[in-house]
Structure formats: structure tokens, C-alpha cells
Design a protein around this ligand. Structure first.
Ligand SMILES: [Zn+2]
Length: 419
């Protein structure tokens, strides 16, 4: 194969020919992912590579099994081009681990969820490591049997979405105040049963990855995902990069002190944002308003609100007012274009969206307030994001997730993206 006609440049200078070949391979693969089904001629136009180079790379990708020739295109005259697509026989397992349940799925290379399962369990932040290990072994066995159901597919690994932060070097859960997973080696426990490559990621980060990789915002370089459940976690894509911070701890805005007093948070502090704006806070507001009316879960509270129960609606409104206060701080400090809300509360989106947006506008000091959107299916977003992390690692040789935007911005130029 020819070395790229324009020498690929890395941040450290001109890349070696081998690196340049891998970069061009990644760029073609990425263009197929974004534009499939797509012809070789269109890929040459989209990437700025010579048609002959594109053809060689496509042959290599077909050989590797990542790409398959598909249908014939139509042209007014001349030979009909063959479109290529990613090979959707490639799939991953995905687990979204939440405090009371785990959602499991098989996700294909295009983000399509082929099969799903849910495993419910009783566990608390104060549960023992042994109890946590038993639950994880149970989930892993369910994942193994789900994988067996799709035995004709090519599994690339397991993606895990968790609330809490994951040290990407050691795979250990660093901070998970609402669940006991930090007490055990989650990665090793899953590996023992499933014996497959594993990627673990914070749930809000997983949602950002899902939007970038499979979603509607693949061209947005400044967006944040705010996951609202038992706690609040934030994932940030700023200037096209997933922000991780020191020891991968960035994004714990749920523990930003919003008030001087308040209920004790899972982190041990008081006044944290999540003690006022999480699902738990919504439930607490309802119990204060309706002490005689027992509601056991946020889901029950939502159902009451959807039926028009005034006290349930007021509780959710109060929770959203606090959510908006924190969002205004994030908007002022991070300047996102898009804020994605992920969580069960989005079931009431027609009511809560105007509330969040009006508060953001009221507190904004620029005319550019971010658009607030709901992740339509938060469960699916976390699962697809976890799967995307695995697929991305398997697919690309040189391109890391966060730098893909550079090749998009460069448009026609084969610009490398070496991490
Ligand atoms: Zn806290």
C-alpha cells in the first residue's frame, strides 16, 4: 500500500509511514462510520485521500472483517459504485450498573440494541464486599447467557457503565458514594466470569460517548451530559475532548456545595447539589408534602406526577428548580452548546424542559444559552456508550475517542489524531 500522498503530521512532527498508514485507515473507517453506506469515490472526496489509496484501505478493512461491501449505488451514467458499510456482525456486551438494577444488552457496531435484559438486586452503599461480589457474579452470569443467545455474532468485549468515577489506568472504581462497588475489584470479578476485554466508564461519560459515536450530536464539540438518578454525575466534552481531570475524577458536580445546610450526602458532606436535585431529593420533597401518602420509589412518584397529582408535580418542580441552579453554574463555567439530561425525570420533559430553559436564560449573562435536550432513552444511552468505548478501541489503531473531532473539522485533509 502506498504511503499517504500528503505526509501525515502528528503533533510531534511527520508520522512514520506505518503510523501514517494507520492514521489514514482510521480516517477512512471513521468516514464509513459517519456516512455509510458510502462509495469509494465519496470516501475519497470526504477524506481528501487519493481514490487508489481509499481502495487499498477498503480492501484491507474488508480483509480485517470490519467492513463489508453492500448494495450497488445508482449514477446517471457509468459503472454503478458498490457501497460499503461497517460489518454489523461485530457486537459487544454492555452492562449499565445502577444501585438497584443492572441493564444488560448486546449492541452491534452501529449502536443497534439487539437484545436486552434487566437484573434486579437489593444492595446498599453499606453492603459488604462479599454481598457486592455475589451480586456482580449474578450479573456476570446473566451477561454470559445473553452472549450465548447471540452465539453467531462476533463479540468484541464488554462495556460497563457505572455511576462513580473509574481510574482508567487501574480500572478501579474511585468514587461511588451511592453503591458498594468501590469496595471490590469490579473489573476482575467480571473478567473472571466473562473472560473478555472490558472497558469501564462513568455513566455520564458513557452518555457523551453515545451521543458522539451514535447520536445526533457527532459534530458538537462542547456538550455536557447530566445524569440525574440516585445522585448526579456530569460528563463533559469540551473543545472536542472528553474531560477526565486528575485521576479521572472530573465531573463530580453532584458534590458541589450549593447550600450551607441540608441533608447529609453520600459523600459525607452537607449541602451538595445532588441532595437537592437528585431523584432522592424529589422523593424527599414529596414525603414532606404528603407524609400520609407512602411512595416507595422515584418511579412511583413519576407515575403520580404523570397522572396530574399536584403534590407530586410540585415535588418534581422543586427538584428541577435546584437542578436548574446547578446547570446555570455549569453553563456559566463551561460554555456548552448542548446540555443533555439523562434520567427518569425526562418522562416529564414537556413540563420540565421549559422550566430548566427559562432558569438558564434568567441566569445567563450572554445571549448564548445552551440548548437543553433529553436523552430519549437514558438506559439505552448508557448501554450504547459503554459499547461504543469497546468498539472504538477495537476499530481504531491511532485515533483516540476524544480526538476524532479533529479529523471532522479538518474536513478534506487526512489529519492524524495521535493521543
Ligand atoms: Zn456530596
Amino acid at each position: 500500500m502506498n504511503v499517504t500522498e500528503k505526509p501525515a503530521r502528528t503533533r510531534r512532527g511527520v508520522a512514520s509511514s506505518e503510523t501514517a498508514r494507520e492514521i489514514n485507515r482510521d480516517i477512512v473507517l471513521h468516514a464509513i462510520h459517519l456516512h455509510q453506506p458510502v462509495s469509494r469515490a465519496d470516501l475519497a472526496r470526504l477524506t481528501g485521500l487519493q481514490p487508489s489509496t481509499v481502495s487499498v484501505i477498503i480492501a484491507q478493512l474488508i480483509d480485517e472483517g470490519w467492513v463489508v461491501p453492500g448494495s450497488l449505488g445508482r449514477l446517471p451514467r457509468g459503472r454503478r459504485p458498490t457501497y460499503v458499510t461497517l460489518n454489523d456482525r461485530h457486537v459487544t456486551l454492555a452492562i449499565d450498573l445502577r444501585p438497584g438494577k443492572a441493564n444488560l444488552a448486546v449492541v452491534d457496531i452501529n449502536g443497534k440494541i439487539l437484545g436486552r435484559e434487566a437484573v434486579a438486586f437489593e444492595i446498599k452503599a453499606s453492603s459488604t464486599p462479599e454481598e457486592a461480589r455475589i451480586v456482580i457474579a449474578h450479573i456476570a452470569r446473566a451477561a454470559r447467557s445473553l452472549r450465548a443467545t447471540y452465539g453467531d455474532r462476533m463479540f468484541q468485549g464488554l462495556g460497563v457503565s457505572v455511576s462513580g468515577r473509574v481510574d482508567q489506568r487501574t480500572h478501579r472504581l474511585l468514587f461511588s458514594p451511592n453503591a458498594p462497588w468501590g469496595q471490590i475489584d469490579l473489573y476482575a470479578e467480571l473478567q473472571r466470569v466473562l473472560d473478555t476485554p472490558i472497558e469501564m466508564e462513568n455513566a455520564a461519560n458513557a452518555c457523551i460517548v453515545a451521543e458522539r459515536w451514535f447520536g445526533n450530536f457527532s459534530d458538537v464539540s462542547n456538550m455536557i451530559a447530566v445524569s440525574v438518578s440516585e445522585g448526579i454525575g456530569v460528563g463533559m466534552l469540551l473543545d472536542g475532548r472528553l474531560v477526565r481531570g486528575r485521576e479521572d475524577m472530573a465531573g463530580e458536580f453532584g458534590h458541589m456545595p450549593l447550600e450551607e445546610t441540608g441533608p447529609i450526602c453520600g459523600c459525607g458532606s452537607v449541602g451538595c447539589w445532588e441532595t437537592f436535585a437528585s431523584n432522592r431529593a424529589g422523593l424527599r420533597y414529596y414525603r414532606e408534602l404528603a407524609p400520609e401518602s407512602p411512595v416507595n420509589s422515584f418511579q412511583e412518584l413519576l407515575e403520580l406526577a404523570l397522572q396530574g397529582d399536584i403534590r407530586a408535580l410540585r415535588s418534581i418542580d422543586k427538584m428541577m428548580t435546584y437542578l436548574a441552579r446547578g446547570l446555570a453554574m455549569l453553563a456559566a463555567g463551561l460554555a456548552p452548546e448542548i446540555i443533555i439530561i439523562v434520567g427518569d425525570c425526562t418522562a416529564l420533559w414537556p413540563r420540565i424542559c421549559p422550566l430548566l430553559e427559562s432558569q438558564l436564560i434568567a441566569k445567563s449573562f450572554t445571549p448564548h444559552t445552551p440548548r437543553v435536550v433529553a436523552a430519549l432513552d437514558g438506559d439505552a444511552a448508557r448501554l450504547r456508550g459503554a459499547a461504543a468505548l469497546v468498539l472504538h478501541k477495537m476499530l481504531f489503531h491511532q485515533m483516540d475517542f476524544a480526538s476524532r473531532h479533529e479529523s471532522e473539522q479538518s474536513g478534506s485533509k487526512p489529519v492524524p489524531a495521535v493521543a
